[in-house]
Design a protein around this ligand. Structure first.
Ligand code: UDX
Ligand code: UDX
Ligand code: ADP
Length: 479
């Protein structure tokens, strides 16, 4: 079978960009991205896409209506497709067995049942969402228990490794594509058919094929390793603050060892995003289910350290402000979980804001890309507050950083947006309450210059003091 038509179930952060790039690189394939949410599909068909991702607008504009379609007509799309990607959401379970750790597979199951109901011809079904090991087996069981005569399914695992904010580059120049399939002639044929799709633009040597379970576990492992590096450097950031070492210098020295490498050693307020915590929690749950408590405990520590880092930073803010932030105006710069995305899932800013709100602070929040309603949504979530009406009273969202900081006691930087590096901090100092505090949770500002302007400055993994600023005086200026 040559793949002529692809259907993707789920038009989210994974399905949308991935299928847009497939459509761009495979003009001979018709790609239809489906979602059960009409609102989402309407946004994908409009000038304002539902997600902000650098370069995505251009790709969608080029392909939409040519060989890329966004539709709620899931039935028609499944019927005609040779290959179906499942890229629906897999949130952490909030109730029942495995609550707080196991992935909730109801959307995956729903998608599989939908395919089984509708399909009348052979399909390759590709699991694209991040799901715990053996999720492909669930899809397989559902499809094969409901197969109509003459219909055959091959189920593949093809995890996505894109990072938000760089999704298009990550897809176009993928370091590796991973495809796992069953060790049968039919399974291997399906693997080759999906390889053919990627070979339109990915060199064959970068396409790795494995068995299904290895493919699924590799995705969890890759995210767990990346998160572990961040927790490792964050643990050392606390040691640096206590000793006078500088975590950036340590990271540079450690990363120079080619066995370790320089990437993902940026100490921070803690990692966020929809994948890291969720995937590690899945790995922990999986290990517990497999009766491997030592393995579970090992990975649990990566999550615990991340919680510790968020708490440590927020405690520092409160303690510096004379241990009380009640009724104090505090400016929060950045709310997304990292720069160049409007995504707020598991953003460390949520924890920082929640704690400050619990202490009675008035928050003035600015983020270049996060929708205002999204901030209200995150901060009035039942896991964050049981008084959602108070949240609206105590937060104000701003259109610029300058209006957020006016009259504030402290500026708390939670996301490393580039524009925060080039703000006019002299002007900001003038409009803030004195003493004026800056808490740089991302280590991106010029701390010496800020100290020289009169700010009290705290950051991650480095002790700052006025004496060190006097020593450095004249050697550095703000950009
Ligand atoms: C180590 C560091 O590599 C070196 O930079 C430092 O200066 C001293 O400590 P060494 O202990 O001599 O060097 O050997 P190394 O190659 O790091 O191996 C240490 C142990 O880890 C060995 O038992 C080795 O078998 C084991 N190992 C190493 C693994 O089990 N798996 C690996 O992938 C690598
Ligand atoms: C991650 C993986 O990188 C990607 O391969 C996978 O497909 C999905 O999960 P994503 O969550 O989009 O991607 O972003 P990533 O760049 O990995 O950042 C995750 C979090 O870690 C962010 O909050 C970021 O600020 C933080 N981070 C990252 C650090 O604190 N320090 C670092 O050195 C790197
Ligand atoms: P991810 O970050 O994994 O892409 P998102 O939450 O951004 O997750 O997107 C998942 C999308 O999948 C949502 O827009 C949701 O409406 C959609 N979805 C869930 N179940 C189905 C289904 N059975 N058919 C089509 N779309 C679905």
């Amino acid at each position: 079978m040559v793949i002529e038509k692809i259907c993707c179930l789920g038009a989210g952060y994974v399905g949308g960009p991935t299928c847009s790039v497939i459509a761009l690189k495979c003009p001979n394939i018709k790609v239809t991205v489906c979602d059960k949410s009409l609102e989402r599909i309407n946004q994908w068909n409009s000038d304002k896409l539902p997600i902000y991702e650098p370069g995505l607008d251009e790709v969608v504009k080029q392909c939409r209506g040519r060989n890329l379609f966004f539709s709620t007509d899931i039935e028609a799309s499944i019927l005609e497709a040779d290959l179906i990607f499942i890229s629906v959401n897999t949130p952490t379970k909030t109730i029942g067995n495995g609550k707080g750790r196991a992935a909730d597979l109801k959307y995956i199951e729903g998608a599989a049942r939908m395919i089984a109901d509708i399909a009348t011809s052979n399909k390759i079904v590709v699991e694209k969402s991040t799901v715990p090991v053996k999720a492909a087996e669930i899809i397989m069981k559902i499809l094969r228990a409901n197969t109509k005569p003459g219909v055959e399914y091959q189920i593949l695992s093809n995890p996505e490794f894109l990072a938000e904010g760089t999704a298009i580059v990550d897809l176009v120049e993928a370091e590796r594509v991973l495809i796992g399939g069953e060790d049968t002639p039919e399974g291997q044929k399906a693997v080759q058919e999906l390889c053919w799709v990627y070979e339109h633009w990915i060199p064959a040597k970068n396409i790795l094929t494995t068995n299904t379970w290895s493919s699924e576990l590799s995705k969890l492992a890759a995210n767990a390793f990346l998160a572990q590096r961040i927790s490792s450097i964050n643990s050392l950031s606390a040691v640096c603050e206590a000793t006078g070492a500088d975590v950036s210098e340590v990271a540079r020295a450690v990363g120079r060892d080619s066995r370790i490498g320089p990437k993902f050693l940026e100490a921070s307020i803690g990692f966020g995003g929809s994948c890291f915590q969720k995937d590690i929690l899945n790995l922990i749950y999986l290990s517990e289910c497999l009766n491997l408590p030592e393995v579970a405990a090992y990975w649990q520590q990566v999550v615990s350290l991340n919680d510790y880092q968020k708490t440590r930073f927020t405690r520092k803010v409160i303690e510096s402000l004379f241990n009380t932030v009640a009724d104090k105006k505090i400016a929060i710069l950045g709310f997304s979980f990292k720069k160049n995305t409007g995504d707020t899932r598991e953003s460390p800013a949520i924890y920082v804001c929640k704690t400050l709100l619990d202490e009675g602070a008035k928050l003035h929040i600015y983020d270049p890309k996060v929708e205002h309603e999204q901030i209200f949504y995150e901060l009035s979530h039942p896991l964050v507050t049981n008084e959602p009406e108070n949240v609206r009273k105590n937060i104000q969202i701003h259109e610029t950083a300058y209006s957020a900081v006016a009259g504030a006691h402290a500026l708390v930087l939670c996301t490393e947006w580039d524009e925060f590096k080039t703000l006019d901090y002299k002007k900001i100092y003038e409009v803030m309450m004195k003493p004026a505090y800056v808490f740089d949770g991302r280590k991106i500002l010029d701390h010496e210059a800020l100290l020289n302007m009169g700010f009290h400055v705290q950051t991650i993994g480095k002790r700052l003091s006025r004496t060190s600023s006097i020593r450095a005086q004249g050697s550095q200026t703000m950009p």
